[in-house]
Design a protein around this ligand. Structure first.
Ligand code: ADP
Length: 312
């Protein structure tokens, strides 16, 4: 109750799938703006929704990092809704920049800077046993100083207990890794790395790289873009609950294919991309390994955050 009184709620900023977001400010200092995210909890779903909300809160509070959105406070309102008081980030998200091809120009150095910030955020999450599980350009908010901030931990949960089955129906379809599409119940930080790889690909081509219109279609497109998952390239895959692929096996795409599409990243950037898009999650590069990759040190060096393009 005290927490609630610390903030004054203002106009509605936007609406998401499971929350309304309002502008707010600190009662004691109206110059301090915040975003108040009010999580919709329908009565009949209260039991199912509350744990999601609690997870979001818990992980946001614990994770303090320059590339992760800050959560100032949490309170419940009289209608039992959960309110998250977040850092106010009015400059939009990476999705807006990627798709505004009319007004926004950016290059390899900018991509490298954004990817560095995203990779450090994910490394920090995984270091703290948190999976984000919904990485996509729309969840990468831009701060006034150019810093990219990972947001929307609605689906995040701890993966410290590897034997606890997890629901595989997470992550927006286009960014969903093959192990989740095949119904794997035990998965790892590798799910986030796949999504990170698809963000990298999308930054280059400025359109979602693998945009299926159903789960089956998503798997078909993964087979075309990367190759068909088989026992040879991914031992055990055929035993996953929902494993289904077309009869004709498409061979794994080679370096040349990726160079054709993503050559602007340079050979090292393409190498990193390929390692994030490894079908077998056990062979996929980790966030820690990503940070040690040569790409970051090759020319061009990442753009300084204050020089990155942003919405005018
Ligand atoms: P979704 O992730 O489905 O887009 P959200 O509930 O996260 O939905 O946010 C809904 C809208 O509220 C966003 O599109 C954005 O315009 C606005 N918004 C969300 N978070 C913030 C924030 N921290 N600062 C400013 N605006 C925000």
């Amino acid at each position: 109750e005290d927490e609630k009184r610390k903030y004054v709620k203002g106009k509605k900023l936007g609406e998401g799938t499971y929350a309304n977001v309002y502008l707010g400010f600190l009662r004691s200092d109206p110059s301090q703006l915040v975003a108040i995210k009010k999580i919709k909890i329908q009565k009949e779903y209260t039991e199912g929704m509350a744990p999601d909300a609690v997870r979001e809160i818990k992980h946001l509070q614990e994770l303090s990092h320059p590339n992760i959105i800050t959560m100032h406070s949490v309170f419940s309102s009289k209608d039992q809704n959960l309110n998250l008081v977040l850092e106010y980030l009015p400059l939009g998200d990476l999705e807006m920049l990627i798709h505004d091809t009319e007004h926004i120009r950016y290059g390899a150095a900018d991509i490298k800077a954004w990817m560095g910030m995203l990779t450090r955020a994910i490394w920090f999450c995984h270091q703290n046993f948190v999976l984000h599980r919904d990485i996509k350009p729309n969840n990468l908010l831009i701060a006034a100083d150019g810093e990219v901030k990972l947001a929307d931990f609605g689906l995040a949960r701890s993966f410290s207990d590897p034997y606890r089955p997890m629901t595989s129906n997470v992550i927006t379809r286009w960014y969903r890794p093959p192990e989740l599409l095949f119904g794997a119940q035990h998965y790892s930080g590798a799910v986030d790395i796949w999504s990170v790889g698809l963000v990298l690909a999308e930054l280059v081509i400025r359109t979602p790289y693998i945009a299926g219109n159903s789960e089956i279609h998503q798997i078909q497109l993964i087979c075309q873009a990367v190759g068909t998952p088989t026992e040879e390239n991914w031992p055990g895959v055929t035993k996953l609950p929902d494993y289904t692929v077309d009869k004709e096996v498409i061979p794994l795409r080679g370096r040349d294919h990726y160079m054709t599409l993503f050559g602007t990243l340079g050979a090292e950037g393409v190498d990193l991309l390929m390692k994030t898009l490894s079908l077998d999650p056990k062979k996929r590069i980790t966030a820690h390994e990503m940070l040690k990759h040569d790409w970051w040190h090759k020319d061009p060096r990442p753009t300084r955050k204050q020089d990155l393009p942003k919405k005018s």
